[in-house]
Design a protein around this ligand. Sequence first.
Ligand SMILES: NC(=O)c1ccc[n+]([C@@H]2O[C@H](COP(=O)([O-])OP(=O)(O)OC[C@H]3O[C@@H](n4cnc5c(N)ncnc54)[C@H](O)[C@@H]3O)[C@@H](O)[C@H]2O)c1
Length: 470
Amino acid sequence: MNVLHSSVAPMRTAGPSTAAIAEASRPSISVIGLGYVGAVSMACLSHLGFRMVGVDVSAERVRTIKEGRSPIVEDRLGDLLGEGVQNGLVSATQNLVAAVLETDVTFMSVGTPTASDGGCDLKYVRQAARGIGLALAMKSAYHVVVLRCSVPPGTTLDVVVPEIEKASGRKLGKDFGVCFNPEFLREGVAVADFFAPPKTVIGASDARAEAVVSRIYTAIDEKLIFTSIAAAEMVKYVDNVWHATKVAFANEVGRLCKALDIDSHDVMNIFVKDLKLNLSPYYLKPGFAFGGSCLPKEVRAVAHIAEREGVELPLVASLMATNRCHIALAADMLRAHQGKRIGFLGLTFKANTDDLRESPTLDLMATLEAEGFEIAAYDPNLDFGPLLLSQIDYVRNAVPRQARLMDRLQAITLKDGHDLVERSDVLVVSHATDEFRRLVRGRGKHVHVVDLVRLFKDPPVEDTYQGIAW
Ligand SMILES: NC(=O)c1ccc[n+]([C@@H]2O[C@H](COP(=O)([O-])OP(=O)(O)OC[C@H]3O[C@@H](n4cnc5c(N)ncnc54)[C@H](O)[C@@H]3O)[C@@H](O)[C@H]2O)c1
């Protein structure tokens, strides 16, 4: 899958100014696949004045739409389709080639069911792409193909485009453009969501295709989000995995609360009121493992209560395991630098605290030290006075695998960050602070960086720089 070359475009958003381009001409749009997604797009875009031609292999679906009726149960859908048929903006056919030929843009919303191996079955996507290709072979005007199905990242450029090019003999960029424009509507309120979408994301093969699709959406969303095709494909999957995570999490809370005779809705009503830490971007950017004096301790405590009560909480039970995976990944990245001097910028579990308890960085250091790596560190938060020494004592006793590291911690921790940079071949950064940004920027050209915290919004494109999860 050629995902990488398409995943470098940074996210951009369009403000109200894009409305300017929105206007003038309205492209006519064919929609392949008249199910939950396609039928709603047909109805809502016709309501906005677009001429829509629907295509489906199902004669029944085509007939229903032609009669101005909804093929599915969905609030307001029948009314809008009826309106569209009456005013001549909605038509439907089983002839895919004819539909593409008489339109400027084609939305593809065929099904992408689970394959027998658990992956995504792309057979309908391939069939539809081949059909589009056959039409484009007969068309000289530029055409834009917009994939709206949920598909694995890479599908648009590595499956859909080659199928179209092969069947048409046309070239991406010159003869046609492609966009991935994920669908975020909720069944049951899909029409309302269409006119007030949670977001509109467009990944385009080129500026021309992007402008065409932007024009379609500016009437309903002035803050379009532009990104690479692969990122747009991935966003859809990540959204749904997140929603599934939320449901599973809430249900685990419910099962545990019930066993403890606590009203789960009381608990979650309070939980959702916290828009600062609970329902917010906080804790949702890839970085290093969680640690500190609270999170690991409380995850273990909740898992323990569940076990005592005989309640199964697989999601909660998996949290420490996924955290360990992340620390193991960092260790693997550093094992590639065997024999080099490793310097750690940041020791405490997060920036701006002197709390060493359950710091994942200490875990990583202990692993490497046990394997014979030469390690040193710098952390501006650490002052080796009586308080810190007693904390080191605590860690020495509480975490036997870090005992040897605790014995040497003061000796290997330098007082000056520049000294550490001078004496290191590889820097491991675990706090995103301005001081560390300056130190990393000022390092010698030969010094490698393993960034655990995304120090820079746009990570440097350098052979010596590696991020843990970007
Ligand atoms: N249902 C949702 O709420 C929702 C939301 C977001 C994204 N999606 C994604 O959108 C896509 C479509 O989902 P859906 O629920 O609308 O599917 P659906 O099964 O309801 O509809 C798909 C339609 O495509 C038709 N079709 C299949 N192959 C065709 C072909 N070659 N030519 C013409 N028509 C063809 C089928 O007959 C069917 O009517 C999927 O990838 C899905 O994951 C669905």
